[in-house]
Design a protein around this ligand. Sequence first.
Ligand code: SF4
Ligand code: FE
Length: 503
Amino acid sequence: MKIETGDQYIDSLRGRNLKVYLFGERVEEPVDHPIMRPSINAVAETYDLGVRAPELATVISPFTGERVSRFLNICTSTRDLVLQNKMQRKLGQNTGTCFQRCVGMDASNALYSTTYEMDEAHGTAYHDRFKTFLTDMHRHNYVVGGAMTDVKGDRSLAPHQQADPDMFVRVVRRDDQGVYISGAKAHQTGCVNSHWMLVMPTMRLSEADRDYAIIGAVPVDAEGITYIYGRQSCDMRAMEGGSIDTGNNLYGGQEAMVIFDEVFIPHERIFMDGEYDYAALLVERFTAYHRRSYVCKSGVGDVLIGAAANIAEMNGVPKASHIKDKLVEMTHLNETIYATGIAASYQGYATKSGCYLCDDMIANVCKHHVTKLPYEIARLAQDLAGGMMVTMPSEADLNHPEIGALIKKYLKAKESVPVEDRMRMLRLIENMTLGRNAVGYLTESMHGAGSPQAQRIQIGRAMQLEYKKRLSRVLAGIDSIDERETIDELTGYFERVFRVPEA
Ligand code: SF4
Ligand code: FE
């Protein structure tokens, strides 16, 4: 059956034999767990947006000829790249959290071009296999997750040098049907909510790491996989049964540690096996896509700016000039994230496979902004919220027959605003800046798709200092103006910047 709606998606997750642990207990049915359900709702919204806005959130599959989620699309134009970003902003607005599907989307695009080039160099047949796999995903309109970040052990050592060889996922056994992998992936976004997972290496590998150069697709309920669900700040509030203290009662993000114990991958679902020299290319392409996917945070930022404006109004001070100025500052920061992300997509170009890749430099600049600007936006939102956001009584107190009346009397601000509404708005700001959705909006903004230093390394590699030094030497009169032609030969990264866009 092909999944079309959020409800169908939720039904498709039921009754699977997943081994998921949370708080030291195995979870029988993740779909019904109050802590997990908001993360499932967020993924469901990716389907429902496709129903409401098919041009934005779906595409016609080149493999099946039917409409599928844009999260499954292989980009064949800059338009495709740009529309991914627009969909991401909208979903950030609708959920106020991480909707978890971009890792699989970005991994699929990176794999599409990498398998093509790997086949050219090595005479392998991974690209066609990958297309067959994608066709199957399109047929069902599945959620595909991406599993990249290994637990890494001693960070100064390569995979093969680790005291425990399982610190990076690797092939531990082979037979004539395929391979068996063991190891663990940390911080896996939306893994329990996916149908399939693409397992990939996390960094550049050498010949000695050959067993670690493995890429394959596994169903999330494959034998040998254990999920240990990551707990989040204030997660237990979802167990209390109310709808105010959770802040965002509908939507949340999800991360888990995924442990592979001799998980089987048949030949037809292996897309790299030993070609260690292509691991770095895959990781670089994936991070280029994924670092501009962080425009999702501009959609989440829209919600937080709206919440800050609402609370100012509820407090009776919407017209104070410093409040207006803070909202302008928040908007300026938020649009800076969006601008750089979408610029990386507009600067996209075709790889040999025909799949479009976004601009690596600007994608890194986008993600680097994301490691900082949401923190400042969150600080300003807390400034406008006031201290009541963190000292306010609970929902149970509000509903208490005696003290509830006291809360309603003393938490009253603007006369026309019900106290409960004011509390809800404050809890939403708390949720996004200190609570469950601060995981996605803040710390994941810092470390997801690579920590800040990873972007600085990429920016440093592509910054073309020699070229820039030569430009300045000419204008300072040190080098002759006739040097310009030889300078232009140095442009490197700038060749892409100056490329004339397609009509
Ligand atoms: Fe997508 Fe953003 Fe979540 Fe990453 S953090 S999966 S880019 S919504
Ligand atoms: Fe992420």
